[in-house]
Design a protein around this ligand. Structure first.
Ligand SMILES: [Zn+2]
Length: 270
């Protein structure tokens, strides 16, 4: 990934997606917003105790920096599942102009082929993922927490791209964004077991330490992609740990839940 400063906001971009003219994307950080501690400062979490005015102001700053219309922004209340929503248009009721609210409830992956739609996934340790097929011009944005990852949300999203949008796995480009890394994501053995049973490549996903187990969520989602036929050289993994870099990213674990959210924004350009 590389980063840029736009209007005082520090934003990250996947290098392998930056040359795709019909896609825009960006990952926000905590740098450049108006919120105060513990949401300092670019918090976009709607379910946090931050003020609505601050969260709104931060969304406005991001819509200016990334050049998307706030009326085009769709998102879902995320529930750490593997439920997937296909978005064919912007629901009329979500064209709210100056109000930020969830469009859908209960989905952790959103797929669209519609150039009018901007999708945001909000995270603070969970893995933000983007899949893009430049041939069929379809994209998916995924919120992959450990539960969603264990349920195979990325595999299932690729299945929808293949079966409903006629994508070829070999054409799909992918970006796996900042999340809590194996350095910091200690889990109990029963959680590690969920990953052990998921894939034959578990040895790279589960790290056994003296203090217990760690899971590599970014790698787990990469394995789901390659097992579905996505080429490894089309997958960019950030290898950025949100907990180790909590000066840049909100980290739910490191900050004991008293923190904000950053986001992966993406949309198609007509
Ligand atoms: Zn770490």
């Amino acid at each position: 990934m590389n980063s840029s400063n736009i209007n005082g906001l520090k934003l990250f971009f996947f290098e392998n997606l930056s040359s795709c003219n019909c896609l825009f994307h960006g990952i926000s950080t905590r740098v450049g917003g108006v919120s105060t501690y513990p949401f300092k400062s670019l918090n976009i979490g709607l379910n946090t105790d931050d003020t609505y005015e601050n969260v709104m102001s931060n969304h406005l700053a991001l819509s200016n920096a990334l050049e998307f219309d706030l009326n085009s922004l769709v998102s879902s209340v995320q529930i750490h599942s593997s439920r997937i929503k296909t978005v064919n248009s912007i629901p009329e009721e979500s064209k709210t102009g100056s109000v930020i609210k969830y469009t859908f409830d209960g989905y952790d992956a959103l797929i669209t082929a519609c150039p009018d739609v901007t999708i945001v996934i909000r995270v603070a340790d969970c893995v933000p993922i983007i899949l893009f097929d430049p041939v069929t011009t379809v994209m998916a944005v995924i919120h992959a927490g450990w539960k969603g990852t264990a349920e195979g949300i990325t595999s299932k999203t690729i299945d929808v791209l293949i079966n409903q949008y006629s994508c070829l796995a070999g054409n799909i480009k992918a970006g796996i964004g900042p999340s809590i890394g194996p350095c910091c994501f200690r889990v109990r053995e029963n959680v590690a077991d969920r990953f052990r049973s998921q894939t034959c490549k578990s040895e790279s996903l589960i790290i056994i330490k003296k203090s217990g187990f760690s899971v590599n969520l970014q790698e787990a989602n990469k394995v789901q992609m390659t097992m579905r036929g996505v080429r490894a050289d089309n997958i960019e993994v950030s290898h950025i740990c949100t907990s180790c870099n909590s000066h840049l990213f909100f980290s739910h674990r490191r900050e004991s839940g008293k923190t904000g959210r950053f986001g992966l924004f993406a949309g198609l350009r007509a």
